[in-house]
Design a protein. Structure first.
Length: 743
């Protein structure tokens, strides 16, 4: 079963050759082949139409119909030349995944031929078909916002994300139109609408602050996002034999083998060839789709891997992360593998996260969180930095809600992922910079003498080996335990789950930071009242106020330690351990208000999201409980019965031969099995009863019971089943074991 030992030969697709056929194509030549880029649009549209389109997008105006018609025609021809038969509005309902409904380009046209009506088939795609479509909204989660009798919903082309084609059956293709999904009354039913709104809010706030600082060039600021995606790969034939993996994405039973990750020999190890073939084919597909995959490597746990792209504008980066997950899923299938995105597929080994690297950039590509060589005098950097700290300090609880799910709950706080306490790590250097500002003293020269500053953003490290090149050291070391760590020139939100869409966490970062930037800009204006622009002293005074006020959110130590739990309590930082508590944060006035006041979400939209989250949480757990029930009563219990029967038969025949069965090892095993089987039956019955109770309760009670009682009962069922697994002969055990799945 081990992925390293090629039990199934990898189905390898050849890397494409260059257009001349003389060599393999460069990645850069493949990149974006299947994307209808701005350049492709420019080549196919008449110049004035293209200019109008760009003006309308840049000026954030609605597209006019003739322009839309021209684009629709151009993209249809482009897509059909590449085999497309269908188009789809591709959108992101609040399910964590994407949705699509395909329509063909086929249209019937009636004409009159010699006085006789004649129907002919043509291919057509109009501007209005490009701009919007109407899926039935009632079958997507809406958190009670829509009733089934008012089911209209619209998908609308998101002009900021390019269209692309993906392979369909029989070598055909499908044209994908990235879209938002809203209700008849314009409420957001998806992840993307709010993300776009939050990006606008952030841009407006940041541009305003930049104006105060004398920057008149920047017209737009956007948030940048780079997602490090972790995942497991397992053999598909074994996966198919595990109902828990198939139905819930995680193992509900199973004993950790004697060797798993203790030796830390998997991290950055050589990628097994079968996995490498899968990764590489996935990268090829992603390059074609314009997803800039950069990094691939083994992760900490056995069979765990990571893939990371070059960062992009946040909404595009979210689209690309979802495309990455879908592509990996499909390609893994072709390699007889199954990709697991669940945050904790295996008990006792590390789970998976999706580190969200976030920053803000001006329209000329200037990173606003770039500290440069002298952050202490880089006021622009310091202002944006303290705005982020302020956002985190005021709305850490809200951010915690954005990463809460039944699956991520197994990871958070399990000493492998950040705990339920949100704090920020800045590193020694920036901590000293902020401390010196707070205390109104000069910066301590704490950099050791051999580490002189020579490079923007870094220092040189002397390796004391003359043949090694000099290397630039980063401004900060790493702190892998921090949920929100400053890593050089961006923040890394580490608590985000591997399975979830990165969208909502980014919405909340954008939104809360925008609010803090606005407040900061106001504070600056107040300090500088009567002057044309704030003086350096004014700026420092505001920064100092913010440094003081947000000090409690900064933590440089070990986030996994008990001391931090106690220290955080003294600081009054929330430590949110369970999902139902986290979800409630959305409804707290201060958190609700930061979203509503900036027009990111209406109160109804926030409440609807709350209900969707709670409902999904309960459903996930009930599905897990029912799956476990099935595995116990249809799998484990009969297997144990069979083993017991064989042991009993053996004892009987030995007795008939005159043995004293009391002293036989079969008897000892049979006794243990019996004791555990009785225990398992009892826990199983308890589980069944609890499922019934929860099914009959109201939403609030369901969530409460699921997070407390249900998880505990499932744990005791598992505990007993795992004990049985350890004494049951392999040939009886009905499911592939961790040993087989992971090695
Ligand atoms: P690591 O976190 O392992 O140090 P990197 O620093 O190379 O890895 O970056 C991790 C991710 O962060 C990558 O996806 C990278 O593109 C992204 N990233 C780098 N700079 C920024 C930025 N300014 N904004 C958002 N993401 C960024
Ligand atoms: Mg990282």
């Amino acid at each position: 079963a081990a992925l390293g030992a090629i039990s199934h030969p990898a189905r390898s697709v050849d890397w494409p050759t260059s257009s001349s056929g003389s060599r393999l194509a460069y990645s850069s030549e493949i990149f974006g082949q299947n994307v209808f880029t701005l350049k492709a649009l420019q080549q196919t549209l008449p110049k004035p139409v293209f200019t109008r389109f760009v003006q309308q997008i840049k000026g954030r105006q609605p597209l006019d119909r003739p322009t839309a018609d021209a684009i629709a025609h151009a993209v249809r021809v482009w897509a059909m030349d590449r085999g497309a038969t269908h188009f789809t509005h591709w959108f992101q309902p609040q399910t964590g995944t994407t949705a699509e409904k395909h329509d063909s380009f086929l249209t019937l046209k009636t004409s009159v031929n010699n006085g006789v009506e004649e129907v002919t088939a043509i291919d057509a795609f109009s501007g209005s078909q490009l701009l919007q479509s109407e899926p039935d909204a009632s079958s997507f989660p809406n958190g009670g916002m829509r009733s089934t009798f008012e089911a209209r919903g619209y998908t609308i082309w998101d002009t900021t994300s390019p269209m692309f084609i993906r392979p369909g059956p029989h070598k055909t293709a499908v044209l994908y139109i990235p879209s938002v999904f809203i209700s008849y009354n314009g409420e957001a039913l998806d992840e993307k609408t709010t993300l776009l709104r939050s990006s606008e809010a952030l841009s407006t706030a940041a541009v305003k602050l930049l104006r105060v600082l004398g920057d008149t060039d920047t017209k737009h600021v956007y948030s940048t996002l780079g997602t490090e995606q972790e995942y497991f790969l397992v053999d598909r034939s074994l996966y198919n034999l595990r109902p828990d993996l198939k139905i819930t994405g995680r193992t509900l039973l199973g004993v950790v083998p004697p060797k798993h990750q203790q030796l830390e020999d998997h991290y950055f190890g050589q990628v097994p060839s079968r996995v490498l073939a899968c990764m590489s084919e996935c990268e090829l597909e992603l390059y074609k789709l314009g997803v800039p995959i950069k990094t691939r490597h083994n992760e900490v746990a056995p069979n765990q891997f990571e893939m990371a792209p070059i960062f992009e504008e946040a909404a595009v980066a979210v689209d690309h992360n979802l495309v990455l997950m879908e592509t990996l899923h499909q390609v893994a299938h072709r390699h007889k593998l199954k990709v697991l995105f669940h945050e904790k597929p295996f008990k006792g080994v590390n789970g998976s996260g999706k580190h969200c690297n976030w920053s803000m950039s001006t329209d000329s590509g200037d990173n606003l969180l770039e500290p440069t060589a002298n952050p202490e005098s880089n006021y622009r950097f310091l202002l944006f930095l303290v705005a982020v700290l302020d956002a985190l300090y005021k709305h850490g609880g809200l951010l915690r809600a954005s990463i809460a799910s039944s699956s991520n709950e197994h990871r958070l706080g399990a000493n492998e992922a950040p705990p339920g306490i949100v704090s920020a790590f800045l590193g020694d250097h920036l901590t000293e910079v902020l401390d010196s500002i707070e205390e109104g003293r000069p910066l301590k020269n704490f950099v050791p003498p051999h580490l002189q500053t020579v490079k923007v953003g870094g220092t040189v490290l002397d390796l004391k080996v003359a043949t090694l090149p000099q290397i630039a050291r980063d401004l900060t070391d790493r702190n892998r335990t921090s949920p929100f760590a400053f890593t050089g020139n961006k923040f890394e939100f580490r608590a985000v789950g591997s399975k979830q869409s990165p969208s909502f966490p980014i919405v909340l970062i954008n939104t809360t930071v925008a609010a803090s930037i606005n407040a900061l800009t106001e504070a600056l204006a107040k300090k500088a009242a009567g002057k044309a622009a704030p003086s350096n002293e004014d700026v420092i005074a505001v920064i100092r106020d913010y440094v003081k006020a947000t000090k409690n959110i900064r933590f440089e130590g070990n986030n996994y330690s008990q001391e931090w739990v106690e220290e955080a309590a003294r600081r009054g930082l929330p430590n949110i351990k369970s999902c139902p508590v986290a979800f409630k944060k959305l409804l707290e006035p201060a958190h609700m208000n930061v979203l509503v006041s900036q027009g990111i979400m209406t109160e109804a939209e926030v409440k609807s999201r709350y209900h969707i989250l709670v409902e999904k949480y309960v459903k996930d757990l009930i599905i897990e409980a029912n799956t476990l029930k099935g595995m116990i009563f249809n799998g484990v219990v009969p297997a144990v019965f069979q083993y017991r029967k064989d042991l009993a038969d053996s004892l009987l025949s030995q007795k008939s031969l005159g043995y004293d069965i009391a002293g036989l090892p079969e008897k000892a095993t049979l006794d243990k099995l019996t004791k555990l089987a009785v225990e398992l039956q009892a826990h199983g019955d308890e589980l069944v009863e609890l499922i019934d109770t929860i099914n009959a309760a109201d939403e609030e009670t369901q969530a409460e019971l699921s997070s407390t009682k249900l998880l505990a009962v499932m744990e005791s069922v598992r505990h007993t089943a795992d004990a049985l697994e350890q004494i049951t002969a392999d040939k009886y055990w009905p499911f592939p074991k961790y040993n087989e799945l992971l090695f």
